[in-house]
Design a binder for this molecule. Structure first.
Ligand code: OX2
Length: 808
């Protein structure tokens, strides 16, 4: 345990030895690197010990493979988990330095797009904190998710070169590099016993070099590993022997194309892009990970490889790593001499698949020719998997024969990755109750009919350590003061707060913490946008990726509606509101970018209208990322979770804001339903169509958007304002949105849900006026949020799917 004095000493030594500087002279960056090195050293010993334990104990282990790990900054969470956050912060203060400024030196590691990537990061934290033997495996993209700038209301993207300065949390392990093979020719030989043997010629070899990032558990001495793979040219590549200029340039080109594999993260969230480089990335990750798993298995476990599934479970995060199925088959058959049947037995008992969406535009389907050229042997295996699977249905399930085209792994010259993942795994899980039901009864119904035992639900969660303890220390203190510190290790204990829901002094404390956090956010808004917001207004927050189904458009329609009301009736008694948005749009997603533009144009009209004053303010914070979320969430009072019902598989921002005392306004979608079931109707604002109604409309060709436009004056006015250029400089500005809604029949039901949304906001406004009642709602939300800790989720994965026991 450190004291301020001993920590100061350590810091002084570090600065002197590593940076050749003193505390007085050190820049914030110097201090950042010095602290990082202290924390890393602190973790090293436990890292080694943890790995030794895993070896000694010979217990089951999980590998979590994901194309995305949205880890954000690691300094504070590492300090927190190692029990050093307070002492470090106090030491920096005692030295007259600003701890925030030091921690802010870290560049966010944005190796993910949104929910799916952040979930993976929360899971790693919970796995280590609960003492499970779990390893993350991902890609060390040289460029993370783009940096967003807004210019005249338009999003522009800048590359995120996050590695331009040393990244202190990684350790390069070149001696553990592996080779991944692409292309080439497959040769088949018949062995004496009649079985087939496969060899490959002329393959392109890519070197996969691991970079390890430590993942410290909270106050438990466990340090697990997130292994990120980087693509490099193998040093022994013979093309390096350039005997002519052209060969040398060719060599450089080749090197460049190989390094591209871990070059950048594809910036699409819940949307699939059929680019060849993307499938290369996926195979690169999967092949390196599986070779590594087998190598580690041989080192750690005494049993033969035929028992791999007894010791190892592989969870694949969505279909992105689903080539793990044929790749594991390939390794077991071609490298380890298994028969097809033996390899299939082991593979299908080792791999488990998590589905994160039913949006058709997100379902990966790769052209057969692309996979055949790039991965000829892997394609042969996929082909055989498909043959055997379809034959199996034909003979064993004649009642499903006519559904074969729907479930085939290869159909219409495409490989259906979700089908491959389901057929090749022993577990298929959705990420919230409703989502899993939709998978079972609709999207994946024929598979559910075939393999009901595979399907299960694991409602998402978030790590309460980062999303409450770390980002909202004042609220954490109030909680601990009331119910003691046990909630930190057992978040379900937060329920104890319900005892205080009528305790006025406690409610006052909760309310003054929120007020404080609002002031801090108001200051940040002022710094970043120049806009002064009213700190007594309702902080109404929608922060997430920009997607039509998430309906930021409905939110901005509400803003326009209120603006119109105030213009018509300036004396209107309205509780002031600050609408806070932050969102990135995929660079090629036109409608999403139009919505960002609309928010900005509405903001500029509303924020500059003297008649409106500070009754309404619209704030769009640029470059949404984990660090920005950490600053907004503690200050949120109203959490907008307004997706078109049935579309949001779970959502996790809803959980983060609830845990910080915001009240949800939401549809009956994703995990909102489970939030409602816990807190009860009086503590949440639910509105709009439910998923059955939405699906029913889809089945009957949609609803009549034009009808609403013609009958609801409020809607018509807003739509005409968009079409008439009221919120833009030129007339044409928002015609795309206008036409998309009216002539594409509004597939996201914005107009249909407009009236109930407005009505619900009127109720919210009335509720907010009774501050005592609002604080009680807020406490109920915090109290019931324990269920949404990723600790609960990970316990469920560990006991139902992974069959893991915590480390002794
Ligand atoms: C997201 C889902 O859209 C979101 O609802 C969910 O909470 C999150 O994954 C974590 O499960 N890409 N991102 C997602 O799905 C896909 C595909």
């Amino acid at each position: 345990m450190y004291t301020i004095k001993t920590f100061q000493q350590l810091l002084t030594d570090k600065l002197a030895k590593h940076q050749g500087t003193t505390v007085e002279e050190a820049s914030d960056k110097d201090l950042y690197y010095a602290v990082a090195s202290i924390v890393k050293e602190e973790m090293n010993e436990n890292w080694l010990k943890t790995r030794q334990k895993y070896k000694e104990q010979d217990e089951r282990q999980v590998y979590y493979i994901s194309m995305e790990f949205l880890i954000g900054r690691l300094m504070e969470s590492n300090l927190l988990n190692c029990g050093m956050l307070d002492v470090c912060t106090d030491t920096l203060k005692s030295l007259g330095r600003d701890p925030e400024a030091v921690y802010n030196q870290e560049h966010d590691a944005a190796l993910g797009n949104g929910g799916l990537g952040r979930l993976a990061a929360c899971f790693l934290d919970s796995i280590a904190s609960l003492r499970y033997a779990g390893h993350g495996s991902g890609i060390r993209y040289r460029y993370g998710l783009f940096e967003q700038r807004i210019i005249h209301g338009n999003q522009v993207e800048l590359p995120d070169y996050w590695l331009k300065e040393d990244y202190p949390w990684e350790t390069r392990k070149p001696e553990e590099a592996l080779k991944v093979q692409f292309g080439g020719e497959v040769h088949t030989h018949r062995r004496f016993d009649g079985s087939l043997e496969f060899s490959y010629n002329d393959v392109d070899i890519v070197r996969a070099v691991p970079y390890d990032v430590q993942v410290a558990g909270y106050d438990n001495d466990v340090v697990n590993t997130l292994r990120l793979w980087s693509a490099e040219l193998p040093p022994e590549d013979s093309s390096i022997l350039a005997d002519s200029e052209s060969k040398y340039y060719h060599h450089l080109d080749h090197m460049h194309s190989i390094e591209q594999i871990s070059g950048f993260l594809y910036p699409d969230d819940s949307h699939y892009e059929g680019k060849e480089l993307r499938i290369k990335q996926q195979y690169f990750l999967v092949s390196a990970t599986l070779q590594n798993i087998i190598r580690e298995y041989k080192e750690r476990h005494r049993a033969p490889l035929h028992k791999l599934h007894e010791k190892i479970v592989i969870q694949i995060n969505d279909t992105h790593p689903s080539l793990a199925v044929p790749e594991l088959m390939r390794i077991l058959m071609d490298d380890e001499g298994f028969s097809w049947e033996e390899a299939w037995e082991v593979t299908t008992q080792t791999i488990a698949y998590t589905n994160h969406t039913t949006l058709s535009e997100a379902l990966e389907k790769w052209p057969v020719d692309m996979i055949k050229n790039l991965l000829p042997r892997v394609f042969m295996i996929i082909y055989e998997i498909n043959e055997r699977f379809c034959k199996g249905i034909w003979f064993d399930h004649p009642e499903l024969r006519d559904r074969i085209p729907e479930v085939a792994v290869i159909a219409h010259d495409q490989v259906h990755m979700a089908h491959l993942a389901i057929v090749g795994s022993f577990s298929v899980n959705g990420v919230a109750k409703l989502h899993t039901e939709i998978l079972k009864n609709k999207e994946m119904k024929p598979f559910y009919d075939l393999f009901p035992e595979k399907f299960n639900n694991k409602t998402n969660g978030i790590t309460h350590r980062r999303w409450l303890l770390q980002v909202n220390p004042k609220l954490s203190d109030v909680i601990t003061e009331a119910i003691g510190p046990q909630w930190i290790k057992q978040p379900s204990k937060l329920i104890g707060l319900m005892r205080y829901s009528n305790d006025q002094p406690f409610l006052d404390k909760i309310s003054s913490v929120k007020q404080h956090n609002k002031l801090v956010l108001a200051q940040l808004i002022k710094e970043r946008t120049g806009i002064t917001v009213n700190e007594n207004s309702i902080f109404d927050v929608q922060i997430k990726r920009l997607h039509e189904y998430k309906r930021q458009l409905l939110n901005i329609f509400h803003v326009i509606y209120l603006y119109n009301e105030l213009k018509d009736n300036p004396a209107l008694d309205l509780t002031p509101r600050t609408f806070i948005f932050a969102a990135k749009a995929a660079p090629s997603y036109h409608m999403a970018k139009e919505v960002i533009k609309l928010i900005h144009h509405v903001a500029s009209v509303v924020n500059n209208d003297k008649d409106i004053g500070d009754k309404l303010k619209v704030i769009f914070l640029e470059n949404y990322n984990v660090s920005l979320a950490e600053k907004i969430i503690p200050a949120a009072e109203l959490s907008e979770q307004i997706s078109t019902a049935s579309k949001e598989a779970s959502g996790t921002g809803n959980m983060k804001m609830m845990m910080n005392g915001a009240i949800t306004v939401g549809t009956l979608d994703g995990a909102n339903i489970e939030i409602r079931d816990l807190v009860g109707d009086p503590n949440i604002f639910i509105f709009g169509l439910n998923s059955e109604e939405v699906l029913d409309y889809y089945a009957h060709g949609g609803y009549n958007a034009k009808g609403i436009y013609h009958t609801d004056e409020r809607v018509r006015k807003i739509m005409d304002q968009l079409n008439g250029g009221e919120f833009g400089s030129q007339e044409i500005e928002f015609k795309d949105i206008f036409y998309h809604i009216l002539y594409n029949n509004d597939p996201y039901f914005v107009l249909k849900d407009f009236d109930p949304y407005i009505e619900t906001h009127e109720l919210i406004e009335r509720s907010y006026r009774n501050q005592k009642a609002w604080q009680k709602m807020s406490v109920a939300n915090i109290a019931y949020s324990g269920k949404f800790s990723s600790d609960r989720t990970i316990h469920e994965y560990a006991s139902d799917i992974w069959k893991l026991k915590p480390l002794k």
